[in-house]
Design a protein around this ligand. Sequence first.
Ligand code: BG6
Length: 466
Amino acid sequence: METDSGQENIGTLVVLGATGDLTSRLLLPGLGRLLTEQPDRRITLIGADLPALDDDRWTRTVREAFDTVEATGAAVEHALAHTGYLVTDASSPEDLRRLLGAADGIPALYFALPPAVTARAVHALHQVPLPEGTMLALEKPFGVDRESAAQLNRRITALVPEDQIFRVDHFLGKSTVLNVLGLRFTNRLFEPLWNRDHIESVEIVYDEELGLENRAGYYDRAGALVDMIQSHLLQVMALVTMDAPVSIEAADLRAVKAEALRAVRPWAGDPVRAGRRARYTAGTVDGRRLPSYADEDGVDPARGTETLAEVTLEAATWRWAGVPFVLRSGKALDRARREVAITFRDVPRVPAGLDGRIEPTVLRLCLGPDGMVLELNVNGPGDPFVADRARLETRFGAGRLNPYGEVLHGILGRDPTLSIRAEGAEHAWRVVDGIRAAWRTGRVPLEEYPAGSAGPPTWRSTHPRD
Ligand code: BG6
């Protein structure tokens, strides 16, 4: 099977970190969906990790993950018949050489590993001859700060060309996130208004009801700012702020996105005032009792990790100067609010005599369930001279694939369109590093909110940019 561009497809997917939670919960189900959609695809799947596992146990893991998405068909059966597990120390050149020797056709190496282990594995790969066309896919977080991301970029681009590198961000595989392109660039209605003259503010919010979910080992070192804003929400912001690409092919789309990220900076250039942070205390979310974050297993309260982060940013360009972009994400909140909310400016003047509830137009791009809402003022129902709010609402059907299915579609088809380009990753860290440095000075208090609440009470009435 060939890719759309006529290149040979990936023959083997090697998953480093195969026994990890990400592999069984997200990656393998994504693969199951993809193979169900593409019954002609033939891949060999190799799981690689430190724990000793036999092929049967691994094949069961793959089958169970495939079952969660009801994966069926010839491609699924082929993958199940051509899968195996190799005990691997990802930092050992010998182990990596053996792994690549077991691959059929062009391999894709998927690093489902913590950043420190990925860095060691990339270092070790320099001593291993890589087959022509090898694709490298790296899970988030890509490095731990700008410097380490830049170093990782240097190391991987010395191994393979940029278009064989896939810096994974599964938000770029979400239907609504991709729909930003169609909405903006195929409708006359929005793009002419998509600028500082007509847009008052933009919120990109991903509030979750989920708490820590036994992920202290990773999360307590990351926190909400790195976990969600550095990777996912800044990518969404780039899609909202970027200029129209010439095409949606990888080179064009990634170039305008990277340029958009280059322009992002803290609101008013002040990283202290631009961000705020909090962590949850004990409470109840949707009937579930959660302990205080600081008391969760594996958490070191002295780290002061935030479970709710909010940053106000600006895209310093002609199009966007002066428009606040509020990016926020938190855990254990009262409701899952996952959306991009674009608030338009007021009209210059409302005709005298037209009363009622007149508020700015708001466009909401809902990130789960996927959909879109346009909130407008209309008059007519009841008293025809009194305005009222109307909501034009649509739900998008489920995407062809789930987000990890889209990510894998790109990797196995050797198409990096949905991957983050080198400098894009570094710019996202630059923004976050500045905020984190301000937090380290102690000038931004770590506030608290009870699990199951809407966040710290003071956040409701004030805003850093007020
Ligand atoms: C992951 C974060 O990348 O994205 C999680 O590590 C978060 O903390 C998740 O819950 C949210 O994405 P989704 O698609 O699972 O809602």
